[in-house]
Design a protein around this ligand. Structure first.
Ligand SMILES: C[S@@+](CC[C@H](N)C(=O)[O-])C[C@H]1O[C@@H](n2cnc3c(N)ncnc32)[C@H](O)[C@@H]1O
Length: 250
């Protein structure tokens, strides 16, 4: 039953339940004298335990632990409502679609860019797509160094798209960025498909890639494996997130 619910809904239920729980303790036990911040820490701890008990993915724990305590700190700092609104809108424009895609924004490291570059053909023409191209840093770098390639990025989040679009307008001419959903893109036109996503879409990605990609083309995933499909090659990189590139020759 819980597996069918979106994790965001489960997280919201945990936060509401634990807030109500802590509020009822505050009302029913006036003898316990804690500051608002200490109560918020207790709520965070309880929410973290609920998250663990409900077997939510491990990264939800720090989110539950820190959410209400950070709200309390932000209120104490008296940050202006305009600054909060700007911050909220900024986060919405970057992470708003994560609710649907379950793939947040984080960027490939320089080591990954270098490793990808070493895998690309040096002289022959080729096409490369970055599924969810973020702010376009990886693509603009590769396009600059590999003038024999045509690079395409598809990004769903408005703010990263805008940044990458501006970057591509002033950068190498062999790089194009599109705003949209890569699930609607036909993969058959690319020689190399690069994905740095999350564990959630990997099975569906393989289904689409194995249907659409041409024989001989290359699917590369940064960090996330495809369940049940062994990679033809993996390259471990010594960067801050211990990235591994997984390669499947179609
Ligand atoms: C982990 S980031 C990777 C960014 C960039 N590719 C890199 O390696 O630096 C994943 C990006 O994919 C985008 N994304 C997720 N699902 C998407 C979809 N269905 N269509 C387009 N972009 C998507 C997210 O908005 C996010 O910016």
């Amino acid at each position: 039953m819980l597996e069918r619910l979106h994790p965001g809904i489960i997280a919201l239920c945990i936060q509401i339940t634990t807030l109500l729980l802590i509020a009822s303790v505050i009302v029913s036990q006036p003898a316990i004298e804690l500051s608002l911040f200490e109560w918020s820490l207790l709520q965070g701890l309880t929410a973290g335990l609920f998250s663990y008990a409900l077997r939510m993915p491990v990264w939800w724990m720090p989110i539950h632990l820190g959410f209400i305590p950070l709200v309390v700190v932000a209120l104490a700092l008296n940050i202006s409502s305009t600054a909060c609104l700007v911050l909220f809108l900024g986060l919405l424009l970057i992470y708003g679609k994560t609710y649907k895609t379950q793939v947040p924004l984080y960027l490939s490291s320089n080591r990954v860019t270098q490793a990808l570059q070493s895998l690309l053909p040096e002289n022959s023409r080729f096409s490369f797509v970055d599924l969810g191209s973020g702010c376009g840093g990886l693509l603009s770098h590769l396009a600059e160094k590999n003038r024999n390639g045509v690079f395409h990025g598809i990004e769903a989040a408005p703010l990263p798209f805008l940044i990458s679009k501006l970057r591509s307008l002033f950068g190498a001419k062999n790089c194009a960025i599109t705003w949209g959903d890569f699930w609607h893109q036909d993969f058959s036109q690319y020689d190399v498909v690069y994905a740095y996503l999350s564990p959630i879409p990997m099975a569906a990605l393989w289904e689409k890639a194995s249907k659409e990609m041409r024989p001989g083309s290359l699917l590369i995933s940064n960090t996330f494996v495809i369940p049940g499909v062994a990679a033809d090659k993996s390259i471990k990189l010594d960067d801050f997130s211990n990235s591994t590139l997984y390669l499947w020759k179609i």
